[in-house]
Design a binder for this molecule. Structure first.
Ligand code: PRT
Ligand code: MG
Length: 219
């Protein structure tokens, strides 16, 4: 296949799109329109054969795994929960950085609860990361799956603790919570469908190199 093979890159609107656009610009790639205002889900670029698909952040690995997109950009949090099957992960883009943390209400004696072997109720959308974190520490937990606004759960008695992403810490502070343990640092990664990596190699490799150069220039 030639370098004019069509390549599709899946990513989400919001912070991932906003922080990817400067990387694309550094690679000489202009995006035809802003999905936040155009509402379009398929967006062209100035690079021949490269188009963007706008999908939900948590759906990016699925589009790439099944080859509906050749490449994708997603947070390590999302990729970890997905499990990474069928995805080649060549590049940490260093964007959309934050930390996955355990947080509890101010005044909650987490260390004491852990010491006495109490069973903790933990609300999170990161079930896999939370399960592995507490299992490794030998802390007994009941995990409650939520899809958003985890910070609310301890305030209304749904959970003792949460596992969520923290960047400035403002959301925790505003809700009288404090972060007590880091589970993992998070940043957005470029992922590639493994078949596309082989079959569209002549188109994929130059794009990977362009991203790597843009990341290096940004660092
Ligand atoms: O919002 P939606 O439900 O559509 O999907 P999403 O939340 O998965 O997407 P989006 O765009 O909000 O996040 C996409 C990716 O950005 C995530 O998968 C992370 O990898 C990354 N990222 C980086 C973050 C944050 N920083 C972040 N701070 N994602 C979410 N947050 C949230 C956090 O969950 C908490 O509610 O921001 C709040 C905390 O921020 P601070 O600054 O108050 O600490
Ligand atoms: Mg969000």
């Amino acid at each position: 296949m030639t370098s004019t093979a069509t390549l599709t890159l899946a990513l989400s609107t919001g912070r991932i799109f906003d922080e990817t656009t400067p990387l694309l610009a550094a690679a000489g790639i202009a995006v035809a329109e802003n999905p936040a205002t155009s509402r379009k889900l398929v967006i062209g670029t100035s690079r021949p054969g490269l188009r963007l698909l706008i999908v939900r952040a948590t759906d990016v690995p699925t589009y790439v795994e099944y080859g509906a997109a050749d490449l994708g950009i997603a947070g390590k949090d999302v990729l970890y929960e997905h499990g990474g099957g069928g995805l080649y992960q060549p590049l940490d883009l260093g964007i959309a950085a934050c930390r996955m943390m355990v947080a509890v209400p101010e005044g909650f004696d987490y260390a004491g609860a852990v010491r006495t072997g109490a069973r903790l109720r933990v609300a999170t959308k990161y079930i896999r990361a939370a399960r592995e974190h507490f299992a490794a520490k030998g802390v007994h937990v009941d995990l409650i799956k939520l899809y958003g606004s985890m910070e609310l759960a301890p305030l209304v008695g749904l959970a003792d603790a949460i596992v969520d992403l923290v960047s400035t810490g403002n959301t925790l502070r505003a809700n009288n919570l404090r972060a007590i343990e880091e589970i993992m640092p998070v940043s957005a990664r470029l992922v590639v469908n493994q078949a596309a990596l082989k079959l569209k190699r002549d188109a994929v490799q130059p794009l990977l190199a362009a991203f790597a150069d843009a990341v290096a220039a940004h660092a």
